[in-house]
Every structure is written in C-alpha cells, then in structure tokens.
Write a protein that binds this ligand. Structure first.
Ligand SMILES: [Zn+2]
Length: 274
C-alpha cells in the first residue's frame, strides 16, 4: 500500500485567525524562513527517495517562484493551498472561487502544468460551505484534501477514507484527514500537532491498520515544523500550542515514517500520473 505524503507550503506567520498574522498586508514585513525550512524537507525526501504533494500557498509561489521550480524539478507534485490562507468557512462562495483562481494562475504560470489538487487552510471545508467542492471541480481541480471527520473541526459525517464525491461539474476525489477511532470519536494522528503529540509506535500501528483496511494514510507536514528557531510570537494559547508544541518531534517522526512505509504524491496514489 502506498500512502500519501503531503506538505502545506506556507511560512511560520501563516496562522489563521490570529491578530496580526492572518492579515496579508503585513506578511511582507515578516522574516521569510520558507527557503531554509523547505530545503530541510527536500533534503530528507531526497535521502529516502520519496516524492510528495506540495500544497503551495499562492502567496509563497508569488514571492518565491524559484522555490516552486526547485520542488517541481525534484519530482514532487505541485498542488494549491489557496492564495491568502483564509479558512474556507470565513469566505463567501465568490471570495473562495477568486482565491483559488488566483492561486492556480500564479502557481501554474511557474510550473506550466495543470494543478490537480487543493487543500484548504486548516482543513476548513465544512457543512456550511457546500459550494466548496463544486467550485473546485468547476476550476478543474480533480481532488481535494480538506475535510476532517471530527466533531470539533469538520463534521463527524464526513468520509473517513478517500472516496469520490459528486458535484454538478463532475466527480471529485476527497482525501480526508486520516483518523483512527477511539471510543466514540475519530482521532487525528498523521500530521501537525497530533503527530507531534502521539507516541511514534501509535502512529505506526494506526497507519498499518488503515493500510490493512485497503486505504492509504494521508501524512501532512509544514516547513515551519522543521524550524526550532522560528520567531516566538504572541498569539492565543491554543494557537501557540498548535504552532509550537514539541516542534522538534516532527523531523524525527517523519524520518521514521519514511523508513517504515512507502509514500507517493497524491496524483500517483490516485493514478492520475499515468
Ligand atoms: Zn496552511
């Protein structure tokens, strides 16, 4: 079984709904740490000869086109993470469409390739954004990876495994956040804060279980999780926890996973590359 390895390509200050950081007009003033942090990820992937899907924030592509070319030239898939890093449920249908169009235009101008995939900032497709998948499919996107089957973040009724969903513009694949069942709730473990918190052996056993059931696991990382020296900032405690807690664990755990499992970009997992 081949699992999907994904990178949300954004910088340390791309924090949703945190004062001073979700405002795009202030981003240019912050120190850019994206090049050196992405270099660490690319080096790790080269070491284990693994290709991944990079969900590139349009803003990053606009500022660092050579970085996107480098990632593509190393064989990775370039997909989109939107342009402004706004959560889908905070936008209108029209704003969402414009944001995705802008990201596709900026990114595909660099890659000269069609973009197949989308991931929303903070997995923010919700029941109250029923237009999101339709809009993505209308714009030529063939897969989305933005839904979380959790009570608190997404919706418990969302799919737990990759599946095709219908829209009025045709079918679109959904690759939801990988979760495991614990009593009455689905628990995330395969990226971000959950990967940093849960024991490594637990992550291994849960990916094995998903694979045994015939599905790929979706692992996700961010460049800022490879940056122990990233600037310390004043944001609400829950956000700080999400962005800073046990940051040193990510590179170690991800390297372990690369040794333990087979990974590929989502386009290959879904068979779009042939
Ligand atoms: Zn993001």
């Amino acid at each position: 079984m081949i699992n999907a390895l994904t990178v949300d390509l954004e910088d340390w200050y791309h924090i949703c709904s945190a004062e001073g950081y979700s405002d795009q007009s202030r981003w240019d003033a912050y120190e850019s740490r994206i090049l050196k942090n992405t270099a660490k990820i690319l080096k790790l992937l080269r070491t284990y000869n693994v290709r991944a899907t990079f969900f590139v924030l349009g803003y990053i592509a606009f500022r660092e086109p050579d970085l996107i070319k480098t990632i593509k030239n190393e064989g990775h898939e370039i997909a989109t993470h939107g342009f402004c890093h706004r959560r889908v449920f905070e936008m209108t249908e029209k704003e969402f469409e414009e944001d995705v169009i802008k990201s596709i235009e900026v990114i595909s101008l660099i890659t000269k390739e069609r973009i197949l995939g989308f991931r929303a900032p903070e997995w923010s497709i919700r029941k109250q954004t029923p237009w999101a998948l339709k809009t993505l499919r209308k714009l030529g996107i063939l897969y989305d990876s933005s839904m979380v089957p959790l009570t608190r973040m997404g919706d418990r009724d969302f799919p737990i495994y990759p599946c095709k969903l219908d829209t009025e513009f045709g079918e679109i694949w959904e690759l939801p956040l990988s979760t495991t069942r614990l009593f009455w709730e689905n628990i995330p473990f395969s990226g971000g804060l959950p990967l940093r918190i849960v024991p490594y052996f637990y992550v291994i056993s849960k990916i094995k279980k998903i694979n045994q059931e015939g599905h790929p696991a979706i692992v996700y990382i961010h460049p800022w999780e490879f940056d122990k020296e990233k600037p310390k900032i004043e944001i609400p405690l829950t956000r700080r926890f999400m962005h800073y807690f046990n940051i040193k664990a990510t590179p170690i755990k991800v390297e372990g996973l690369l040794k333990h499992f087979r990974f590929a970009p989502i386009r290959d997992v879904l068979g779009f590359s042939g």
